[in-house]
Design a protein around this ligand. Structure first.
Ligand SMILES: [Zn+2]
Length: 280
């Protein structure tokens, strides 16, 4: 009898996590992530750590951030925060190694894309040294795994498919631009792609999402990061009155931080197209 080696199983057996884990044993989840409906199977765990609704309003999914040990308006214990971080780290490592079952085709989530006339500003609320892979993992967990695990959704239980491919692989990052503290940036989604970022589908359809890789809960963006944001908004010819912080669109989040209104004016004033008043 000839046995054809199953490459994925073989890779599973030899896969080694490189990060440190103390709250979870990531090897316990390896098999589960191979199942097409892994997000349904571990829904309860994901819900406990990632799917809180701050005000009880359900509906559009969005990135729920965590800041100063506070999540969805509640102070959380250190162990909880550590475990949550480890789950995201595990998903990041598995994504990078191609060891999570996701679709290779699926629904065109970008069919309702409209002309871009709005910019929405976000922060990752992670350490500024976080890697894009971590943001990708958070997007997969918080947005797509949640939507595809929702019984009301037509895509329930199907293989997850974001319809967004960048650099030859599927991406779950919901932002068009991610700006680092030094002012460099990554272009994560093309203009024609709808980012699932604002918690409001209509806004998502007509906006670009600009995200600072930083925790801005109590601070403002660095000077170089601000300059980059300004030049991106300018490039897209967006009117000043159409530039919003995420928190202005959704009352479920404080993104991009408590100080946003201190620096919003500078951002809009420098980058947005002014409305000209015609005097008769
Ligand atoms: Zn946000």
């Amino acid at each position: 009898m000839i046995t054809i080696p199953n490459k994925r199983t073989d890779r599973l057996l030899h896969f080694k996590f490189s990060e440190k884990y103390s709250e979870i044993n990531p090897y316990d989840y390896l098999e589960t992530f191979q199942m097409p409906d892994w997000n349904v199977r571990i829904h309860e765990m994901l819900a406990e750590f990632f799917y809180a609704e701050k005000s009880g309003i359900s509906g559009m999914t969005e990135m729920q951030s965590i800041s100063n040990h506070t999540y969805a308006g509640q102070k959380m214990p250190v162990e909880w925060i550590r475990k949550r971080g480890e789950i995201a780290k595990m998903v990041g490592e598995l994504l990078r190694a191609n060891l999570i079952a996701v679709g290779s085709e699926g629904k065109n989530h970008d069919a309702e894309r409209k002309p871009i006339d709005t910019a929405i500003i976000h922060h990752t609320s992670t350490k500024h040294s976080a890697k894009l892979n971590y943001i990708d993992a958070l997007g997969l967990i918080r947005l797509y795994a949640k939507a595809y695990g929702d019984k009301e959704n037509s895509e329930y239980g199907k293989l997850i498919w974001s319809n967004h491919v960048m650099n030859g692989r599927q991406t779950f990052i919901p932002y068009h631009y991610v700006i680092m503290r030094d002012g460099t940036f990554e272009r994560c989604l093309d203009d024609g792609m709808i980012g699932w970022h604002a918690g409001n589908w209509e806004v998502n359809c007509k906006s670009i999402a600009i995200c600072f890789m930083d925790d801005l809960e109590d601070s403002k963006p660095t000077e170089p990061a601000m300059k980059t944001a300004i030049s991106i908004i300018k490039k897209h010819n967006i009117k000043s009155e159409n530039i919003f912080g995420h928190r202005e669109i959704s009352d479920r989040t404080t993104c991009p931080g408590k100080k946003f209104y201190d620096w919003k004016f500078e951002l809009c004033n420098e980058s947005g197209i002014k409305q000209t008043t015609l005097s008769l």
